[in-house]
Design a protein around this ligand. Structure first.
Ligand code: NDP
Ligand code: MG
Length: 386
């Protein structure tokens, strides 16, 4: 087996760090080609020392200057969005881990596809599919580049569908922990503070996805992600609340039979699977002991309490550029909430106000999507400044 050359977009984040941790488990030879960060150059420095990549890219200009001045790293050092896109498209890459957060991940992911060197993209950056799935998926297919999910639910679905005939699938069912406010009365949602929302009951993740999990926007995004990855229509994609996060998702077949994938909640498992697919690698990750008193509970989602989930289905059904608006509106709303500038209940309201009047473009280009993304951000920021 020839060596794999891996570039990790967002190596300093939660998924990026866990990806580096899993590398030593993978069979064969793995070379780290490029690592990237926005501004956490202290983590990048440590990673560069340990994994000796060919180069690094730093999005933030100040952080880039500081890194360049102080580092002992001898490889290439690139800067800005162009630098990130360039390393994504590097001709040595065989696998790209797309783990930036937000729409910022879309252009470099697309750059890798368009360059055509990678054979696989292990995709954590679900926002790129939410906004630009209509560009990313067909272009990847044309170039015969596999897009494999780094998301526990989609990794579960991938495993449940393996060897199955898609025609025989009745529906796929994505599980959701329900987030920290599942049992909290809706009347008190206005008083939720960022620090409350950042306390996720089962997963330890970056700040933005943790906020998205608390509003169930993350699950809405995952419905859209499943649509693009597995090509099932929205009516065949269900969401069910499962607070224990042990059943990672399920597939139901036309004879009523169901397949589920279970395991301890640990992102290193889906990461390793996306990198080594179709292999399951040998690891000492925590095992799920079924003899321990595990309660498996399932509930219907409450769409009135968590309107973001409804917004996601709405945008997916409408098609065109609706989901790009959904993503941009959510990104800004989540950021404003984290900065204590709006209330928790303003997040779904701002999204709805952005989505409702949208004039969709049926077959958008990536330039259309980028324009809509920027315009939506501006509108929301202006609305809130008033
Ligand atoms: P983090 O916030 O922990 O990490 C994000 C990474 O992207 C960091 O390296 C960050 O740099 C970098 N970054 C952020 N903004 C930019 C930018 N504008 N330009 C360039 N680089 C940038 O996020 P997570 O690792 O939690 O999530 C990454 C993606 O994976 C998200 O799309 C999320 O939805 C998805 N995901 C995450 C899961 C998890 O368990 N964490 C589970 C399933 C999916 P810096 O370090 O400088 O901030
Ligand atoms: Mg998930």
């Amino acid at each position: 087996m020839s060596a794999e050359f891996l570039t990790i977009l967002g190596s300093t984040g939660s998924i990026g760090e866990q990806t580096l941790q899993t590398l030593k488990l993978l069979p064969g030879e793995w070379c780290v080609n490029f690592l990237t960060t926005n501004s956490r150059i202290d983590i990048l420095e440590r990673q560069a020392r340990e994994f000796k990549p060919q180069g690094v890219a730093i999005a933030d200009a100040d952080a880039y200057r500081q890194f360049k001045k102080n580092t002992s790293f001898k490889g290439e050092i690139l800067c800005g969005n162009e630098g990130i896109a360039a390393v994504a498209a590097d001709s040595k890459n065989t696998i790209l881990v797309s783990a930036l957060v937000g729409f910022a991940g879309a252009m470099p992911t697309l750059a890798a596809i368009r360059a055509g060197y990678v054979r696989r993209i292990a995709l954590a950056n679900k926002e790129s599919l939410v906004s630009a799935g209509c560009i990313i998926m067909p272009e990847a297919r044309k170039k015969q580049i596999e897009i494999l999910p780094i998301d526990s639910e989609h990794s579960a679905i991938l495993q449940c569908l393996r060897g199955e005939d898609y025609e025989e699938v009745e529906k796929i069912i994505l599980t959701a922990s329900g987030g920290p406010f599942r049992e909290r009365p809706a009347e008190t949602f206005g008083a939720i503070r960022p620090e409350d929302a950042l306390r996720h009951p089962t997963w330890n993740m970056g700040a933005k996805i943790t906020i998205d999990s608390s509003t169930l926007m993350n699950k809405g995004f995952e419905v859209i992600e499943a649509f693009w990855l597995f090509d099932f229509p929205p009516e065949k994609i269900d969401v069910i609340i499962h607070p224990q996060s042990i059943v990672h998702s399920l597939v139901q077949f036309r004879d009523g039979s169901m397949k589920a994938q279970l395991g301890a909640p640990d992102m290193r498992v889906p990461i390793a699977h996306a990198l080594a697919y179709p292999s399951h690698v040998t690891s000492d990750f925590p095992r799920l002991n079924l003899l321990e008193n595990h309660e498996l509970k399932f509930y219907a989602p409450d769409y009135d309490k968590f309107p973001c989930l409804r917004h996601a289905y709405y945008c997916l059904e409408k098609g065109g550029t609706y989901s790009a608006v959904l993503n941009a509106a959510n990104e800004i709303a989540a950021q404003l909430f984290l900065e204590n500038k709006i209330r928790f209940t303003d997040i779904p309201r701002l999204i709805s106000e952005a989505v409702e009047p949208h004039n969709s473009i049926e077959n958008p280009s990536i330039e259309d999507i980028t324009e809509i993304d920027s315009a939506t951000r501006e509108i929301i920021l202006k609305t809130e400044a008033r």
